[in-house]
Each structure stands twice: as C-alpha cells, then as structure tokens.
Design a protein around this ligand. Structure first.
Ligand code: SPV
Ligand code: MG
Length: 530
C-alpha cells in the first residue's frame, strides 16, 4: 500500500489511531518499530534538534530534507507539520509537490501568520485571514499528484483565544475548501473545550487532536467521541533530552564511562538501526568478489657487505632515509590493501618487530635459501598473494603495474633496463620490452643462471603476484623440490623454473628502473634516491 493511502485510511476510518512524533530518520525508525501506524514530523522538535526556535528559523527546504530522511527510514506514513505553509498559496503549492517527491504522505497547515510561533508560547497570536487560508488549502489540494496525499487543516482559534464559535466557523470553511481532516488545537490543561468542539462539529470531517497540555485525559474519552487521530507530539525528543542530559552529567562528574556504558544503547543497536545488515548484504551482491591482497616477505637473510651495519640487525632493517627497508615495503603493501603480511625472519629475527606483520621464523637461515623460507610460509600462499624479497626498495608504480596486469596465474615484475647485466634472476621471455604500450602479455621462458646475460630481457626484481592458480603452482613446485631433496638450497628462480617445467604460463610485466635490491652499502645510497 502507498504511504499516502495508509495515511488517508488511518485519518478517515472511524477507529482511533495514534501518531508519535519523530524529528529525524532515527527517531522515525524507533516510532515504526514501536508499532505506530504513522509519524508526526513535528516542527517544534525538528527545530529543537537543530537548537533553533519553532519560529520558522529552519528554512522550508531544510524541513523537507529532514522529513525526507524520515520517510526514507520507514515504511509507515509521515504527516509533516507544515506550519503555515512557509508563505502564501504559491509557496504551499511548491511545498506539496516537494513533499510528494520525498515520500511524505501528508501535511498539516495551520491558520496563523508566517513566521509562526509555537502554539504554547505568547498569548493572542494573530490568525490568518480565513479566505486567504482557504485559498492555501485549495492550492494544496490542487497541487497534489497523488490523490491520497492528505491535507490536514489546523484550527488555531482556541489557541489564539477566539472561542468556540470562531473555531467552528473556521473548521467548516476549511472543510469546504477541501481539507481532508481538521486538527483542533488547544492549550488548556483539560480537554473540555476540545470536547465541546467535537460535540458541535458532529463528525462533519475527521478530527485530529494533540493532547500535549491535556495529557491527563483518558484515551478512552477520545475514542468515545469519535476522534480519528491523536498525535503524541513531542515525547521522543523530550525523552532524548532527559537521557542526554543525564548521560552528559554522569560522564562529566565521573570522568569515566563506567556508570554510563551499561545503561546506554549498545553500539550494535546503533548499527542495526542504521541498517548495516542491508549494506553487508548489498556488498555481497554488488561488490566484485575480490580476495583481499596477501603478502609474504622473505627477510631471513643476514646480508654481508655492509660493514658493521648488519651486526645487530638484518639488512631488511637497515634504514633508507630514516626508515627500515622492510617498514617501507610493508607500507607499500598496505597502500595496495594488504593489511598484514607474513614476514619470514631468520638472521637477528628479534630485531624485526614491525607492526602490520605476522612472523614466521626460519632458524636455518644460514644454510637455506629463499625457497626454504617461502615453504615455511606456504600456508600464506593464497590466491592474491604478493611474494617479495625483504630487501627491495621500490616505487609504488611498479607494484601498481604488477597488480593491474596480474591474473589467476603467476606474474613477475621485471626490470628491462637491466637486460644484459650479469645479475642473478635474469629473465628471458617470449619478447623483449619494446618500451611501447601493448595489451599483449609477455610470458616467461627461463629465469636464473640458465639465461645467458646477452640473451636476457631483464631482471626479476624479487616481486611476484600469485593468483588463484598461481598460488597452487608455487606450492606444487615447492613440494616437488622438497621431494627431490633440493628445497633447502633452492632459490626462488629455481621454484619458478620448476613451475615453467610443469608447463604453467608465467607472465612478465616490464618496467624500467625505480627499484633497488639492497645488497651492499652503495645500494643503500642508491635507494635513498628512490
Ligand atoms: C509541533 O509539534 O510542532 C506542533 C504541535 O505543531 S505544538 O507544538 O503543540 O504546536
Ligand atoms: Mg508545529
């Protein structure tokens, strides 16, 4: 059922219904969950939540926006307290159109002057000219697109001290002008004047009451007199004020949350009211199911060639521009979404204690190689894992390019500027780096000592990506080396050679420069320029 239809029904059916006040999306939701069939979007309480006065200090667009949040939050209808309509008949026309657009089901218009004053303040508030106000009501009814949108005319004659005859005269005129219901408002502590009105009104149109002042009146008395709707107009805001004042005072006095925490809504209740469950569900439906990026960093090596610098720390902890090489690398990985890397330590393991890492120790670092370290961390070889040497300093663009090209298999970052140099981890692929952009991937043909320097297309920099299949290929190759007894001494290039021998395609992503593998003092200086 449309919300407008629901509101029309509860206003027009003979049974008594109740609207409870709300002032924002959250309180609207609380009203709905308590089982109310509709919401009173109160001008007083919406203003109060912004700590401004109920004198049209909120602009009409601010009111519409707030009411729109309420309508969005709930399935029950919202009746907006539209004050005087924020101007003349023309402003009312725009108001009604905008309210329909934001899903508000009806509006109450009161016969006072803009800017209005709350009905419980001041005496003898001026009333609108009757004919002018009837024109507003007609304009409202003529503007609604949805035939069930509800326009309630609010009679302030009793509030303004004009008496019952004037209240009835106005109510009749508003009824004839097309109002769907009459809200007769009173500020007396007893319902007697409202009840006299009801007697003489005789059910000509549905009547809405706001018993804020005559709150002692038993509800049965409203029901017995055929009242259509009772609005509890401001009680959620007032209860929130009392609760917030008590909580603030307690925290201030105690300088602690100990007394407060057990007595306030738990955080998970906040998340529930915000609808976090729905977002989680939607994320599963709409976000690409990409496995989070993992990483294994091989940092077990001692590293000679640094004078006394590596007496107490492994070379991965040597500082480049004041920050350990490994810390830089972990930052780079975190930048690409890897929140925790598995770091294999060996030499001076205790000197590596950086955050954002889990540690796997290789006590045999002195007489084992990279493959052995990788095998120790093989449990972390999941789909979407970067494997990196712990002693490389690189520009993030290299990681970015690798991740952009990475697929389900294995992908290596290869520096083509270092082709023909006699470095380990030489790479030969099915084509050299032309320096031009190409969508065609290059594939590894051989890696390591088997590639003659003059036949090489570059050097693997010690960074690879293992995708869904690639992670399994690496584990297979590690197992094969273990089975033949060569795992302890093997390098990663040996593992990759084994992957190639198994007929697996390994991709190569070329780049030129922008990294240093820190193997000696001079490299540390080079790295400072990265
Ligand atoms: C409101 O809730 O803003 C109302 C009702 O208009 S009253 O405060 O009684 O005027
Ligand atoms: Mg109001």
């Amino acid at each position: 059922m449309r919300k407008t239809t629901a509101l029309r029904r509860l206003v027009s059916r003979p049974a008594l219904d109740f609207l409870l006040e709300a002032h924002n999306g959250l309180s609207a939701k609380i009203v709905e969950e308590a089982g109310f069939p509709g919401i009173w979007a109160s001008g007083l309480t919406m203003s109060a939540t912004f700590a401004v006065r109920d004198n049209n200090e909120l602009s009409w667009t601010q009111v519409v926006e707030q009411a729109g949040f309420m309508a969005d939050a709930v399935r029950i209808p919202v009746l907006l307290d539209g004050d005087t309509g924020y101007g003349n008949f023309n402003n009312v026309r725009r108001l009604v159109r905008k309210l329909e657009q934001v899903g508000v089901a009806g509006v109450t218009l009161e016969d006072k002057l803009f800017p209005k004053t709350n009905s419980f303040l001041r005496d003898r508030q001026p009333l609108a000219d009757l004919d002018e106000f009837c024109g507003k009501l007609k304009a409202a009814k003529d503007s609604q697109q949805d035939p069930d949108f509800v326009v309630v005319a609010r009679v302030e004659a009793l509030i303004a001290g004009w008496g019952l005859d004037e209240a009835l005269r106005r109510a009749e005129a508003y009824h004839l002008a097309g109002a769907d219901a009459i809200l007769i408002h009173s500020r007396r502590p007893s319902a007697s004047e409202v009840f006299r009105f009801l007697e003489r009104w005789g059910g000509r149109a549905p009547v809405v009451l706001v018993p804020t002042r005559y709150w002692r009146t038993p509800t049965e008395d409203f029901r017995a007199r055929g009242v259509s709707v009772v609005i509890w107009a401001n009680h959620l805001l007032r209860s929130a004020i009392s609760a917030m004042q008590a909580t603030a005072a307690r925290i201030a006095a105690d300088e602690s949350l100990a007394q407060v925490e057990p007595n306030v809504a738990p955080l998970h209740e906040v998340f529930r009211l915000q609808g976090d469950d729905e977002l989680q569900e939607a994320e599963r439906r709409y976000l690409p199911a990409r496995a989070p990026l993992g990483a294994i960093v091989l940092a077990a090596g001692a590293g000679g060639g640094f004078g006394g610098l590596t007496d107490d720390v492994p070379k991965a902890m040597l500082k480049v521009r004041g920050r350990p090489i490994l810390a830089r690398l972990l930052d780079d990985l975190a930048h690409f979404g890897c929140s925790e890397a598995a770091v294999v330590r060996g030499y001076r393991a205790e000197a590596i204690d950086l955050p954002n890492a889990r540690y796997v120790d290789n006590p045999d670092f002195a007489d084992t190689g990279e493959a052995w370290s990788l095998a120790l961390a093989a449990g972390d070889l999941r789909p979407g894992t970067l494997v990196a040497f712990g002693d490389i300093v690189l520009k993030r663009a290299i990681v970015q390019a690798l991740l952009e090209e990475a697929g389900d298999g294995l992908t290596l970052a290869v520096d083509s500027a270092l082709a023909a140099l006699d470095l380990p981890d030489r790479v030969r692929s099915d084509r050299p780096d032309t320096g031009r952009f190409s969508f065609d991937p290059a594939f590894l043909q051989a890696i390591g000592e088997a590639v003659r320097p003059e036949a090489s297309h570059g050097v693997w920099i010690g960074l690879l990506h293992a995708g869904r299949d690639g992670a399994g290929w690496l584990r297979e190759a590690l197992d094969a080396l273990r089975a033949e007894g060569t795992l302890r001494a093997a390098r990663l290039s040996d593992v990759l050679t084994r992957v190639l021998a198994a007929g697996r395609p390994v991709r190569v992503v070329y780049h030129r420069g922008g990294w240093v593998n820190v193997n000696q003092l001079a490299d540390l200086l080079d790295a400072s320029g990265i």
